[in-house]
Structures are given as structure tokens and as C-alpha cells.
Design a binder for this molecule. Structure first.
Ligand code: F1P
Length: 346
């Protein structure tokens, strides 16, 4: 990562991950706007990237479902750069969105897992995630890999634009280097999460709530549960709860809060109070050592402390495990969920 950031895109790691950017990186640096198009889990990775690019690169970002973008008449101006994200590299909606944006003169970057895939070939430049094949249909490790690559691209752009201080860059890089260890620690939560899954395996609905960088994680947690266990689940920004979903909360509703220590912590505390006042069953993902939220929760999952902008790579792990165990307990085939295809090519 450090090699890449020092502009050594020719180094071994630089070539592997970001070599494809070399000629086009300045298009991103000078972009007036970044449009991200993707579907499903990849779209959630795009939402995290929106927060990250806007915070550190100060470039406006819009994230769109490729399946909507392709069927409308989007405004694309000179100076816009499109980033298409896809695990399989074959998703028909994403491919069509790329072709549409290209026909309007946009420069397209791809973030794909599969080398030589249709999306990789259709883009002007891009970066491979090299996460290996997803064994199951539902995307999991691809999400973490997409975030890693998108963060790396954003940090390179931020450094070139001068929108990040050396100190902040150093802090984020050090955190990035520690992510694998923290993800491994999060994976060790497996047994504890299995017990939580046993309590909620017969639930008919779930709500997932998070704010800031953890909002897309709430969406992803809900999507994973829907995809592999067929339980209805909704993900919302925690502050949106009062604008509707709060009506769903009663003593039977499990509400998963992604409530790690960050700048919106106090606000999340009030959201938890609102759920508790309606007797919702609170399951919280918190930062190790947190004192306040565990006291308010029926179940607590502790993840290692991470800079808030990088937390999604860690906070998503317990949610993936929760979906996995609930699905297994319900007798669902987690690798081949009904109605889902590995790559949605129609
Ligand atoms: C997008 C996606 C996945 C989802 C499922 C269906 O695929 O929606 O996120 O888990 O497999 O396809 P991709 O464009 O990232 O390959």
C-alpha cells in the first residue's frame, strides 16, 4: 500500500493492484464529480467509497444502482469519472451502465475481481481486487477487497490533490496495514455469534441500523440475511428510523445496531434508547472496551478499534457470520441460495 501511495505503481504490489490506473489516475485527481455504478453488495461498497472519497479527496460523489442508471437519461458532463464496481465482472446492469456512460463520453474505471471479465474489458482503466473466487453466490470477501482497493485509490488521489495531511495519511495507512489482523480477530467471534443466531433463527424480520460509515454496513448486513436465510430484513441509516421504520418495532423485533466508537456515537446511543423504549431486542456491534452501549443491549458483539473510515471492513464481519449461522440453522444452502445467480447476466 505504501508503495502504491508513493506513486510506485511499478512496484510488485503496485502493479498487482493499481497498475491499471497509471495512465488515468490524473483523470480522477482532476474529476469534478465521481459517479459510482454497481449492484447489490458492490453498490454498498460504493456507498462506503462515497463517504471516503468525499472526506479525503473532496470530490463530489454520487452512487447509483446500475439497474436504474442504465434505464434513465443521466446527465454526464466533461470532468465526470465513472467507477463501476463488480465482483463477477459480468453483471448485465453494470455492464449496460458502463456502455451508456461511455456513449456520453465518460471515462470509466473498473473495480473488479475477475481478470479479463466483461466489465474489466469494457472499462478504460481499473484495479483488480484479486480476492479469489467467491465460493458462494452471496458476496462476502469481495466486499472487504473492494473497500480496500477503493480506499487505496482514494488515498492516492487525496495525496496527489493535496486534500489529506501527511499525518492523516500516515494514520490511515498504518490502520490499513493492521486490518488483516483485526479481521482475523473479528472472525474469532464465530462461536459467540452462533449463540446469538440460535436465539433469533426463527425471527420473521430484522432491522439493521448504522450511521456514517456504518450506514452502508447496515444495508449490507440486511442484504446478507435476506440473501442466504430468506428472513425479511431492512437496513436504514439510524437517524431515518424515526421517519417510518420505527412503527415496526415491538418486543419481537431484533434490531442490530452497528454502533462502533465514532463521531456519531452519542447519536446512536439515543437511537438505541428509542428502540428500547419500544421494547425492541437490541443486538449491538460495538468497539472493544465500550462501556455504555453494552449496558443498553441484550446481545453485544465487540470488534477491535479501527479508524471510523475503515471500520466497515471489520464491522461487516460479525454481520456476515450472523447471517451464515442463521441460514445454516434454518437449513438453507448458504452457497447456493434460492433464486440467486452468481452473476446476474440478464
Ligand atoms: C452483484 C450482486 C451481488 C450479490 C449476488 C447478485 O454482483 O448483486 O452483490 O451478492 O451475487 O449479484 P457483482 O456485480 O458484484 O458481481
Amino acid at each position: 500500500i505504501r508503495d502504491c501511495l508513493r506513486g510506485r505503481l511499478d512496484s510488485q504490489s503496485g502493479r498487482l493492484i493499481l497498475g491499471g490506473l497509471r495512465e488515468y489516475v490524473n483523470k480522477l485527481v482532476n474529476a469534478d464529480r465521481i459517479l459510482i455504478v454497481a449492484c447489490g453488495t458492490s453498490w454498498h461498497a460504493g456507498l462506503v467509497a462515497e463517504y471516503f472519497f468525499e472526506e479525503f479527496c473532496r470530490i463530489p460523489v454520487e452512487v447509483e444502482y446500475a439497474s436504474e442508471f442504465r434505464y434513465r437519461n443521466p446527465v454526464i458532463r466533461e470532468g465526470d469519472v465513472v467507477i463501476a464496481i463488480s465482483q463477477s465482472g459480468e453483471t448485465a446492469d453494470t455492464l449496460a451502465a458502463i456502455e451508456l456512460a461511455k456513449s456520453k463520453g465518460a471515462i470509466i474505471f473498473g473495480v473488479c475481481n475477475v481478470v479479463g471479465s466483461s466489465i474489466a474489458r469494457a472499462t478504460h482503466a481499473g484495479a483488480y481486487t484479486h480476492a479469489g473466487p467467491e465460493i458462494g453466490v452471496a458476496s462476502t470477501k469481495a466486499f472487504t477487497a473492494q473497500l480496500t482497493v477503493l480506499n487505496m485509490i482514494a488515498l492516492i488521489v487525496a495525496q496527489k490533490k493535496g486534500t489529506i495531511t501527511e499525518q492523516k495519511l500516515h494514520e490511515l495507512l498504518t490502520e490499513m496495514e493492521n486490518i488483516p489482523e483485526k479481521v482475523e480477530k473479528a472472525l474469532k467471534l464465530n462461536d459467540q455469534i452462533q449463540e446469538i443466531a440460535a436465539t433469533f433463527k426463527d425471527a420473521r424480520n430484522f432491522i439493521y441500523l448504522g450511521r456514517g460509515y456504518n450506514f452502508p454496513v447496515a444495508l449490507e448486513g440486511a442484504l446478507k440475511l435476506k440473501e442466504i436465510s430468506y428472513i425479511h430484513a431492512e437496513g436504514y441509516p439510524a437517524a431515518e428510523m424515526k421517519h417510518g421504520p420505527i412503527a415496526l418495532i415491538d418486543e419481537e423485533m431484533p434490531v442490530v445496531f452497528i454502533a462502533t466508537r465514532d463521531s456519531s456515537y452519542e447519536k446512536v446511543v439515543s437511537n438505541i434508547q428509542e428502540v428500547k423504549a419500544r421494547k425492541g431486542r437490541v443486538i449491538s456491534v460495538v468497539t472493544e472496551g465500550d462501556q455504555q452501549i453494552p449496558k443498553m443491549s441484550e446481545f453485544v458483539i465487540e470488534v477491535p478499534a479501527v479508524h471510523e473510515a475503515l471500520m466497515p471492513m471489520v464491522s461487516v464481519i460479525p454481520l456476515q457470520l450472523l447471517s451464515y449461522h442463521i441460514a445454516v440453522m434454518r437449513g438453507c444452502n448458504v452457497d447456493q441460495p434460492r433464486n440467486l445467480a452468481k452473476s446476474v447476466t440478464v
